[in-house]
Design a protein around this ligand. Structure first.
Ligand SMILES: *[C@@H]1O[C@H](CO)[C@@H](O)[C@H](O)[C@H]1NC(C)=O
Ligand SMILES: *[C@@H]1O[C@H](CO)[C@@H](O)[C@H](O)[C@H]1NC(C)=O
Ligand SMILES: *[C@@H]1O[C@H](CO)[C@@H](O)[C@H](O)[C@H]1NC(C)=O
Length: 313
């Protein structure tokens, strides 16, 4: 009798002790994790020093949409054409849009860029060499800028300068300002099972040493992709542990894979190749690849008119 009671007592003491121990370690672990998380949160820092930062750009009013447009410092003419066409910040009624060109360092025409920047206040520039193989650095500059200076922005578009872009269709049909804000949202022209280029002569050559897998992860073409503002900081953090990869769109795909974000399929609304201008068709898509500034200037007035008339038929 006595020994059985003792055994019960010992057993229950053991159970209580085990519960306390587990509880304590769990407490310690969550505390520890939280502290770790907070430390990271406080440390968003640029990869290179900013030469032009435009930290006031988002202060007065948090925009609905931010356009991040990587641009070569010498593309003065293209930037002006875009300001007058699809990158015009006041195209949409009641939708606050902000435009930022992303530039790396330039030695020639530096003064001209500074001049342009003080006129339009739509250029951010970091101190890294502006080159094709530094486009990932440029995209990360954009992510870092959003995370620090515009964290409340609802959506971000990263779009190249050689594009046609229809902000109305994107905002009204895909982003839908009257609906609930989307989180972890990412969309664009999706590339499925893309193969790394293994021939050394290719602009997109990828060595087995840098990337040995057969396929790239799912990613959206860098010509034009769209994401919810919350992802800027997440992508920036996800990038930290990854090897710097020269192709920014594939690199962002790797970050999304690491974050477990599912890319939203916007069935053929982002056109990855050049298609001929068709006024009504263009009112129902978001992007088309390969437009020269001259082509853009030519079609734009007609396209504005089509936006008024095509939807009504
Ligand atoms: C931008 O669009 C608005 C509204 O359509 C127009 O009034 C304005 O002239 C445009 N600005 C530029 C620089 O094209
Ligand atoms: C800078 O702007 C000023 C005034 O707009 C102009 O007079 C000057 O020539 C510009 N400098 C350059 C290098 O473009
Ligand atoms: C990218 O920029 C950095 C910083 O200026 C520079 O050291 C590096 O050589 C550049 N890389 C390429 C591929 O241009």
């Amino acid at each position: 009798m006595d020994s059985r009671i003792n055994l019960k007592k010992i057993l229950s003491l053991c159970v209580i002790f085990a519960i306390c121990f587990l509880g304590y370690t769990r407490f310690w672990w969550t505390q520890h994790k939280e502290i770790f998380f907070q430390v990271l949160q406080r440390n968003i820092t640029p990869l290179y020093p900013y030469l032009i930062e435009e930290e006031e750009k988002c202060r007065a009013q948090t925009p609905f949409l931010l356009l991040l447009i990587p641009s070569d410092p010498q593309e003065f003419h293209i930037r002006n054409v875009l300001r007058n066409t699809w990158a015009n910040e006041s195209l949409l009624n009641n939708v606050h849009i902000i435009r930022l060109f992303l530039l790396g360092r330039t030695t020639i025409d530096e003064e001209k860029v500074i001049n342009e920047s003080s006129q339009f206040h739509d250029i951010v520039m970091q101190d890294f060499i502006d080159s094709y193989y530094n486009l990932t650095v440029k995209t990360l500059m954009g992510m870092e800028w959003v995370a620090r200076w515009c964290p409340g922005v609802r959506y971000v578009v990263k779009i190249d300068t050689d594009m046609f872009f229809n902000p109305w269709f994107l905002v009204k049909n895909i982003l839908q300002p009257e609906g609930p804000p989307k989180k972890n949202f990412f969309t664009g022209f999706i590339l499925y099972n893309a193969l790394p280029h293994r021939d050394k002569g290719s602009k997109w050559y990828m060595s087995m040493k840098t990337y040995s897998k057969k396929f790239y992860p799912l990613y959206c073409s860098g010509t034009g992709y769209v994401f919810s503002g919350d992802l800027a900081e997440k992508i920036y953090w996800a990038a930290e542990g990854l090897q710097m990869f020269p192709f920014e769109d594939v690199f962002v795909g790797m970050c999304l894979q690491k974050l477990g974000v599912t890319i939203f399929e916007s069935s053929n609304k982002f056109i990855g190749e050049k298609i001929p201008y068709d006024r009504c068709k263009f009112t129902k898509i978001v992007t088309v690849h390969r437009f020269t500034p001259e082509e853009l200037l030519t079609i734009w007035p007609d396209f504005l008119e089509a936006m008024e008339t095509c939807s009504k038929s």
